[in-house]
Design a binder for this molecule. Sequence first.
Ligand SMILES: [Cu+2]
Length: 524
Amino acid sequence: MMDRTGGATGHDSPSRHAMGERSVPLSMSRRGLLRTALAGLAGGGALASAHAARAQSQPAAISTTAGAYVPRPPAAQYRFRVGATRLDPTGRKPVPGITVNGQYPGPEIRVREGTMLRVEAENTLADQPTAIHWHGLLLPAAMDGVPDVSGPTIAPRRIFVYEYPVRQSGTYWYHSHWQLQEQIGLAGPFVIEAKDEPLRVDHDVVVMLGDWLYTSPYAVLESLRKGPAKAAGMKGGEMKSGDATSGGMKTGGAMAGDMKADLADVTYDAFLLNGRSPQNPWTLGARAGARIRLRIINAGASTYFRLRLDGHPLTITHADGLAIEPVTVDHLLMGMAETYDALVTLSGSGSYTLHAVAMDGSGQAVGVLHTPDVVPRPNLAMPPLEGRALDYRDLRSAAPTTLPGGPVRPFTLALGGDMARYVWTVGGQEYPKADPLVIRQGDRVQIEMQNQTTMWHPMHLHGHFFRVLQGAGERAPLKHTVNVPPRETVRIEFTADNPGRWIFHCHNLYHLDAGMARVFEYEA
Ligand SMILES: [Cu+2]
């Protein structure tokens, strides 16, 4: 049932084989060896917290003499080496990257719901920390991977062991939460197969979208900070998107007062699908009539994509990992960090291009689905984006999502920006110079976001799913990332049921770096 050949991010990753662990608990001797090995490499603090986490989340190893037998969940283990490498996904210009195990995208994590997941993350970088965030995962805050907020910062040449039970299913991803590492390669897919999967498909594949620069994103951010008047090589007011020949910034229009929507900050050199450029695209061979589940992840750092498959509608079955009432559309818009699962049935012999068009029209990423009798041939023409588009009002959860009663804790948060200084704010404050948003366990937290800017902001909450209140009543969809369109207001609510400190931020990487975040903090 599972496709083992089509995915560029195929699940037979060397990292897993190297450890030789898939669904069996670690043996005692192996654990001992690992401890010894790790102790030699790791900083005491990181290791101590890893052990503490394991002590909390896993029962003790089986005793041969006395005591009750405590069954453990199946375990899966991955070894991530975060390191510097050169990447050249387009074959045109190698640039410095930071990846997991030298790969971009990073190795696919694919586990079953109910698994105890363990990821040994070794930071081999000499000059900078790292931190890995498991996007959309419901886990303890100590494993969440956000420096200064939740999980640890992994110092250079240190190891941290992430370990937590996987208690959900669906399509997710992981990425660095340290500075701009996500933009230069530190991201990968994270698939959790459901315990009871109702969908029967012939192929189950990840489609991970990305945006790519030939220049350093730190230089781009610096240009953005210098402001429109000072930055060189940026997109000026009279130029069209894509006029700039190399990566750089775009200007104008993001401030209150200018009513025109501004679709992107950054001019990209390429858009990628499963790490590949349109000239050398990812392909999947499948027979006519095959049912394919596309697990689509927008891992772009600051690009909204419109998706469309030539000649086929897309039946959307899951949003942000969770089942919705299936809805069939011709195309859909995806914000950064959103995921959608789409079912496709190949209509007949042929080569069909999956287009992911950057919202500002400056380019596209493509992949090709084809039958075995046909050579895969990417259609590089920009696709028509006609017919039915997915709308948030189409999203209805497969099951009721009504929250338990609880004291209502309301927040009204303006999403703002100051382009002159390139500062972005939530509730008028610029993170990290921002007050925590205090909540209490059991609260029904209601947030109204008022976008006062002319840009789109995909707002992401860690550690929780929230209901998007847009008219679906008890079937309001649960999401971890919600698009707030320019000048619009979006309401969400969630039950405070996962104590800790959790970041809530715009998933435009440049907006995040420029202050667009706040921390929800549980009162002790
Ligand atoms: Cu934003």
